[in-house]
Design a binder for this molecule. Structure first.
Ligand SMILES: [Fe+2]
Ligand SMILES: [Fe+2]
Length: 260
């Protein structure tokens, strides 16, 4: 593989900066440069952002524009709390706030209200298989009822349940097309959840999900702060720094622009 030395050195900055670099760092930089060139040479499509990429990573938002384009990210506090994430990374979080507001207005239990509030926030990180990712991200900090509900709401969204007034979302006809059939693993997850004692913990998230796409409804995190305090085990070191098995997911949201 040919290396354009001039182009490579241009990526490193001024001559003084290059001279100051330890030879190991220079070797690393060269390797990265070569990997980038190799990928560019072997890639034939011009895809910019994958559809399953999270909102903070340029994934498509409802307006077609990504929040990354629309907003500059604020630095986060040293020991970030869940509420900090809502303020600095998930905002405006309209859909989950509307969903939790609907649950609250209809007198649901606090754990279900929190599940509604958290059910889609992982979409900032990644969209594909968001039920599974979202459940994992919350698991160390919430009851099993909440994480179980988040895990299975994704599959249940595709299957109506007239007993609680849940219909197949019209939105999905637009996203997936009218003839869409969920893949076998989603169907299996649905069937498993349907027969599980916790079924309603996931099903009720989908019910309140339906009433959470109203562009006119104003919402705020404030009514939920006490519920978060009672049901979300906030780590004292801050989310991202508590050495939990999912701390890296929260750190990725804190530093979405880190190159590695
Ligand atoms: Fe969802
Ligand atoms: Fe949702």
């Amino acid at each position: 593989m040919q290396i354009d030395r001039r182009a490579f050195f241009a990526t490193l900055g001024t001559a003084a900066a290059i001279n100051a670099m330890p030879s190991e760092a220079l070797a690393d930089a060269l390797e990265h440069h070569m990997m980038g060139n190799l990928d560019a040479e072997t890639t034939t499509n011009d895809l910019k952002v994958r559809r399953g990429a999270g909102l903070l990573f340029g994934g498509p938002g409802p307006s077609g524009k990504s929040p990354a384009e629309l907003m500059k990210l604020e630095p986060m506090p040293e020991k970030p709390t869940l509420v900090d994430f809502f303020r600095y990374r998930f905002a405006p979080a309209t859909h989950v706030l509307q969903s939790a507001t609907d649950a609250m207005k209809k007198g649901e239990k606090e754990e279900l209200i929190l599940a509604c509030l958290l059910h889609d926030v992982v979409l900032n990180l990644i969209k594909v298989d968001h039920g599974w990712w979202g459940a994992q991200m919350m698991e160390p900090y919430v009851s099993e009822k909440i994480s179980w509900g988040i895990r299975y709401h994704q599959a249940l969204r595709f299957y109506p349940d007239p007993s609680v007034g849940y219909e197949y979302p019209e939105l999905y006809n637009q996203i997936f097309g009218k003839d869409y059939v969920p893949p076998p693993y989603v169907k299996q997850a649905y069937e498993y959840a349907r027969n599980h004692k916790s079924y309603m913990d996931a099903r009720m998230i989908t019910v309140h999900d339906l009433y959470a796409f109203d562009p006119a409804m104003k919402v705020s995190i404030d009514p939920f702060i006490d519920i978060i305090g009672r049901h979300f085990k906030q780590p004292k070191e801050g989310l991202g720094y508590d050495n939990s098995p999912v701390a890296h997911m929260w750190r990725t949201l804190i530093f979405p622009d880190n190159p590695l």
